[in-house]
Design a protein around this ligand. Sequence first.
Ligand code: PEP
Ligand code: MG
Length: 568
Amino acid sequence: MYKGIAASRGIGIGSICRIIEQDLSFEAKMVSDVAAEKARFQKAIDDFVEETYAMAEDVKKNIGEKESEILLGHAVMISDPSMSGEMFSMIDAGQCAEAALTGVCDMFYGIFSTMDDEMMKQRASDIADVKVSILKKLLDVKDIEISKVPKGTVLVCKDLTPSMTSQIVKENVVGIITEVGGPTSHSAILARALEIPAVLSVPGIVDLVEDKDAAIVDGTAGDVFINPEGDVLAKYVDKREEFIKKREELKKFIGKDTLTADGDKLEIFCNIGTPKDAKKAMECDGEGVGLFRSEFLFMDNTHLPTEEEQFEAYKEALETMQGKTVIIRTLDIGGDKDIPYMDFEKEENPFLGFRAVRYCLANPDMYKVQLRAITRASAFGKAKIMVPLVTTVDEVRAVKKLVAEIKDDLRKEGIPFDEGIEVGCMTETAASAAIADLLAKEADFFSIGTNDLTGYTMAVDRGNAKVAYLYSAFQPAVLRSIRQIIAAAKEAGIPVGMCGEAAADPLMIPLLMSFGLDEYSVNPVLVLTARSIISKWSKAEADALAEKVMAMDNIEDVLAALKAAAKE
Ligand code: PEP
Ligand code: MG
């Protein structure tokens, strides 16, 4: 068995077709007829752009608009004067088109690929993809016809580029294995959109297999089997059936309310990082956005985003959600989230330091820009403001005071906004759990951030392997905190949601139902799974399980009891 990164869920069983990289070597030479060389290069670019637009159109029809934008990005990239202009200058200086293309692309690749940022790394691989496509045109190397592979094919290649992925015929390709690429790479996004199981980053796989070898691709676990034994094959044939059955079952929850087995209505919201993700939340049938991590607007930037830039981003998310709630968390930086241009001072203990609401309240001018942008955007949908890392009631009061000042200003300026915009509290610290009753009097809503609540309750640094065994939301201490926060919200009559990873955990859901959680905010791809689990539990069943589990004094017993009762 080979291990890789699980990039697209499901089990694929089929016969391997290797996509061997073609020879794109060339001899760099000086050209004397510069005009002719520029015309040759321009033609290669024009052909590439034309083909890419046609491919993007196909992808838009067959896969989706968001996925087609990946390809359109390639066409835009090569048309960008900072790229092609530089290449033409090199040809002006007598270099051949191949050398100019390679020189400039490799330079940009070098810059982006070393950056410690997933988006920048993705940009590097897009540049490499564009380079190869245009080089093939210049060298007149024909593409392998991925669109012609037979039914039951498992594609094996070094890297599956978006241009290759867009040629895949969904009915014929049952699995994808590559040597490079991560879970957020464009090829992974496309594989998921096509619902083809994919395992990426399997070292050396292209040379380890032959064409027509039998292969199993477990895109859920990230496992690959080549020429498996009969019993392994039989096991995975069953697994594949089970996966397909489950996926079909989930489809019946599309467009439905989230109802418990008793018919009580709950809500499944989505966690998003960018306004574009709101589309995904809608596509996945989310009933709202329970956490918009606004820090991505700051992290994917070279400057503090202006009020206008932020306003546009929040407005886009709100408009995309078409009147459904969007809870925008104000800037949560510091700790593990650094922003280079903001010049944070190094701290001994950043997770216990100057971060999130603490930093924002100490920089009110900057914070007010964000609060004003959100408040203005509230005219375009149902926006709510959420304050991260709260540890005192005064923090919530201070934010509400700023929001009140902003509302006054907007009223005077005649700028529209939602007068009833709510200010809620992210309960993710041990302090917020301890004073949940007091916070509930000041906050309009709660959202439990179990990712941090677990760390701060258990006093565990997630990055420290020696204490990782303590980092679990199923620890009795964390479960008690969660129960206490929900109870305080109920007592005060305010809504309570959860936006930490635990909200989507099938084992956790019955407990949360018993505690009385109203809103579950999950990764968009998990909306239907969460809705399905909720549909299987009645309040009485969930209460009986919770009563048993909450009396247990160790995580092993808790997990064993939850697993024994699980309904998947
Ligand atoms: C959390 O802490 O549970 C949470 C959702 O916030 P983040 O993961 O962004 O810190
Ligand atoms: Mg958090």
